[in-house]
Design a protein around this ligand. Structure first.
Ligand code: FES
Ligand SMILES: [Fe+2]
Length: 355
């Protein structure tokens, strides 16, 4: 079902999924404006602490509600003072008792889980809370996580490609997490239960600078990373390392958590986190990891935006030259394309009145 007043902007991203709208800590009693899947939204918490997500558009004359003022649980529009409640209904119009039926803002299902705020942009009838992707690492005593956010002026699938082919660490991130050994290591890619798995074992390699500082391993290490892609835009990287002359039981493990939310066809919200299963109490280490990963993803941002600039509207075109390392990205794109096509068929049937 299409929302009333929904943008007709064409998006290559599937709609019937939960996407991250914000880190839970960033949503409070201020009005947060954010565009997701081409729709402008306003996000806030009610006085009880419940998250409300509405179309950021006053039903009167289309001024963004996020420019207004939160009074109790209603937004007072900054232009003519109409008040819109958390459920989208209009609760007050100055000097007028009659509230027209159309004086209503669209609302979107929201869930707070794993310290994240999730939003459902598709058919509200299909919004199943059980379908929220698992990111328990943010809220588990066994893991210590830092988080960050990058706005990337690139299509979300270019970020998926990036995370599913980590050979780029050798060239883009050689001063932080990468070195020559990464790109040279053999890679395997497979699809299982609707997810793509891309794995690399990098044995007996020099530890890159970030590894020396965060693990204390100064001599050669064995390291591995497996990117697990869950459509349409979630990538969990399992990563661990241990001394090459030791054994896997000594491994220090991390999870690099990547939650990408399409903003427009050519821009994305990149929410990320790094969770570690060691040295939980070391706050300086947490700050160091966060600072280094900001720097690392700043490097990705530069090249992804330049890549988007060159690709223009061709972000979903077949790769003109497919390398062995493209197997993961190509499999992921195939899964996403199937989902988008299914959604388009459903919408066409709905438009034709077929139930
Ligand atoms: S535009 Fe919001 S009250 Fe007029
Ligand atoms: Fe990168």
């Amino acid at each position: 079902m299409r929302h009333e007043g929904e943008s007709h902007m064409s998006m290559s991203a599937p709609k019937n999924f939960w996407y991250v709208a914000a880190f839970a800590a960033d949503v409070g009693r201020d009005l947060l404006a954010r565009t997701i899947l081409g729709r402008q939204l306003v996000i806030f918490r009610t006085e009880e602490g419940k998250v409300a997500i509405l179309a950021d558009r006053c039903p009167h004359r289309a001024v963004p509600l996020s420019l207004g003022t939160l009074i109790g649980d209603t937004i007072r529009c900054t232009y003519h003072g109409m008040q819109i409640a958390a459920d989208g209904s209009c609760s007050r119009i100055p000097c007028q008792d009659l509230i027209p039926g159309k004086a209503r803002a669209d609302t979107f299902p929201a869930i707070e889980r794993d310290k994240l705020i999730w939003v459902w942009m598709g058919d509200p009838a299909l919004a199943d809370p059980a379908a929220v992707p698992d990111f328990h690492w943010f809220d588990s005593p066994e893991w210590t996580a830092c988080t960050g956010y990058h706005h990337i002026a690139a299509n979300y699938q270019l970020l998926n490609d990036n995370l599913l082919d980590l050979s780029h660490e050798s060239y883009v991130h050689e001063d932080t997490i990468g070195n020559d050994a990464v790109a040279e290591a053999p890679v395997s890619a497979s699809v299982k239960d609707g997810k793509v798995y891309v794995s690399r074992e990098i044995n007996n390699c020099e530890p890159p600078p970030f590894y020396v500082k965060t693990t204390g391993f100064k001599t050669n290490i064995n390291r591995w990373h497996t990117t697990i892609f869950q459509p349409p835009s979630f990538n969990v990287i399992e990563n661990g390392s241990y001394p090459a002359d030791g054994n896997r039981g000594q491994a220090l493990e991390r999870r690099i958590l990547n939650m990408i939310t399409p903003e427009t066809e050519t821009s994305s919200h990149y929410f990320w986190g790094v969770a570690r299963a060691f040295l939980h109490e070391d706050a300086a280490l947490t700050a160091y990891i966060q600072e280094q990963i900001y720097r690392t993803f700043d490097q990705d941002k530069v090249l992804l935006e330049a890549q988007q600039h060159n690709l223009g509207a061709e972000t979903d075109a077949p790769f003109p030259v497919a390398l062995r390392t493209d197997a993961g990205p190509i499999q992921a794109r195939k899964l996403v394309r199937q989902i988008v096509e299914q959604e388009q068929q459903m919408e066409q049937m709905e438009a034709a009145g077929v139930k």
